[in-house]
Design a protein around this ligand. Structure first.
Ligand code: SF4
Length: 279
């Protein structure tokens, strides 16, 4: 959306000829304009952040791995050009629900360039987001496949595919500022759904949770209103879910009903809160 389009859009009312503008209207126009400009700046900053992420080469081990995988490719994807770079987040910038996973899969996000896209975990995640009303379609095959998220934004704690799905502590810490900045920019987020213990640990540290309850499916933890980020006094929650990894879904540790229950709960937590301005 260009700058002019934004100013001409949301909520900016122009007085019609010959109609006296009341003080309240003037005030309303000014507030709407400020909100529109702020929202537009937020979108630009999210786009700039995404550009920075996709160019990042800060972790030598992960850079080498993601590029090696992209070069070698899996036999089933032999004819595809892998993304082979850090995988940016995806979703609705006005989302009230942020979903945080571990890291892109070597032949999933690292191949398609979209988080949780093109692998079994993503099949489970987006099917559940569809069933619970956060996605317009149940499938997530490739970037540009028509998938649109509403009120949800999907990110990962670490943006590059790690060997054996295990980022090292220094890699986790190096990538954290991207998630922190994203959370700051996603100012409408009220519920952070963490998929698995790794994402829970990263988010719990980011939000300064103390004491930190043990991770468990459907465990929900209030985020401190005056924590290190988003210190605006609003109520927010961390909501835990088992990761939709094949290990968990094959063994029945996580069922489709259990995952749906997480997003249904996230919707309720987000919806129970009063609406704030979109800025
Ligand atoms: S894991 Fe994060 S910090 Fe490390 S190279 Fe990838 S994007 Fe950069």
């Amino acid at each position: 959306m260009g700058a002019r389009a934004g100013l001409a859009g949301v909520g900016v009312r122009q007085p019609s000829r010959g109609v006296k503008l009341e003080d309240g209207d003037r005030f309303g126009v000014r507030l709407a304009t400020v909100a529109s400009v702020a929202a537009e700046r937020r979108l630009e900053e999210l786009a700039a952040l995404t550009a920075r992420i996709t160019d990042c080469r800060a972790c030598p081990r992960l850079v080498a791995w993601r590029e090696q995988v992209a070069h070698d490719r899996r036999a089933a994807y032999r004819d595809e050009v892998y993304w082979g770079r850090p995988v940016p987040s995806f979703g609705d910038p006005d989302a009230r629900v942020l979903v945080v996973g571990l890291a892109p899969a070597a032949h999933g996000g690292n191949r398609t360039g979209r988080i949780f896209t093109g692998d079994r975990s993503g099949d489970w995640l987006f099917a559940s987001l569809y069933r619970t009303g956060f996605a317009n379609q149940p499938n997530s095959v490739r970037a540009g496949d028509g998938l649109v998220l509403r009120d949800a934004y999907v990110a990962a704690a670490v943006r590059c595919a790690p060997p054996a799905n295990k980022p090292a502590p220094d890699e986790r810490d190096r990538c954290l500022p991207y998630l922190l900045r994203e959370i700051e920019l996603l100012s409408r987020v009220r519920v952070v759904v963490v998929l698995g213990g790794f994402a829970y640990d990263v988010c719990a540290r980011a939000f300064g949770l103390r004491p930190r309850p043990p991770f468990g499916h459907l465990v929900e933890v209030p985020i401190p209103a005056q924590g290190p980020i988003l210190a605006d006094g609003r109520d927010r929650w961390l909501l835990c879910s088992y990761h939709p990894s094949q290990q968990n879904t094959f063994t029945g540790k996580l069922t489709a009903e259990m995952l749906d229950a997480v997003f249904a709960r996230a919707r309720r937590l987000a919806g129970e809160l009063p609406e704030g301005p979109s800025a």
